[in-house]
Write a protein of this length. Sequence first.
Length: 356
Amino acid sequence: MIILGIETSCDETAAAVLKQDEKGRIQILSNVIASSAQLQSKYGGIIPEQAAREQLKSIIPVIKESLQVAGYRAQDVDAIAATYGPGLIGSLLVGIETAKTLSKVWQKPLIPVNHLIGHFYANWIDSRDSLLDHSLTRLGKNEKQATSNETPKFPAIGLLVSGGHTDLVLFKNHGKYEYLGGTRDDAAGECFDKCARLLGLPYPGGPEISKLASQGDSTVFNLPSPMIHSKDFDFSFSGLKTAVARIVDSGQVTGDSQKADLAAAIEKAIVDVIVQKTIAAAQKYKVEQIIVAGGVAANRKLVSDLNLKCQISNLKLFVPPPELCTDNGAMIAAAAFFIKPINHPLSIQANPNLSL
Ligand code: KG4
Ligand code: ZN
């Protein structure tokens, strides 16, 4: 079974061709991503109209390239999968309307995928080998468990940490999940991005803060880990951003070394609360597996701390290689292997507010 996956929910235009073999293993044959992030970086964030305009230009070349690299023609594809929400409306429209058109013209089934669910399915991709070596070098010995090539088993706790979402869910099976809690205001990635902006770092801020943090001392500045002691599975990150703004405004950050210390404190405050609540959810619901997904899952400290806690609590941790944590078409195609095509492809509409 061959699926073409299309992803355009934010500033990426992505298409991938994935294959599921007789044993059920899902492998990447191609994974093409065109990003307008460099352009966005110039403006300190995403300008939705500009992102959609760039996506309109790249969508067909990206799909063509994904087929070419995979060595397949349109008629070899068994189904087309595309993100239909949540995300920026203009961006979503580019991907889903292209997918609808291709489905009609190529006479192929269409599988609409919730972007948030798609993120989790990066953990079901089997052909992570080429990416795996790179991840292991990057992560170090302690984190090997997190990048094993097995696929997750249910029940499992799902942690989604991205630019727009911080959610904990209980996965009971494919397509069967229960929402446990999430952020009440800013998402973890959003908090990284906003704090980075306060420190004068470019967008996207997560990787920038993380890079700086590795040279800093997280104990110099005292930042809150909001809601870390609350018994529920909700998060709140807007207070942290305000605390960072106050420190910056007070003139305490005068040089590179203070900047690195503050970055380390920000990273620690965000990571501590995520790790604590994720492990608590696994214990409360008595599951043995944790599946992590979303752009912030590319954060080295988050993976390292989660892995350490999982080892202590005998939990199995799944984290995609960094390349599959941020938005890509492969995760959308991977999810589609577990979702039925819809009967009337042309009836599907982009839904910017789609939830888990
Ligand atoms: O999942 P994603 O690519 O897009 C959304 O669906 O939102 O996530 C993007 C987010 C951005 O906020 C970015 O700053 C964050 O993921 N991110 C990171 C890292 N890499 C990406 N945050 C912390 N550390 C990283 N290494
Ligand atoms: Zn995403």
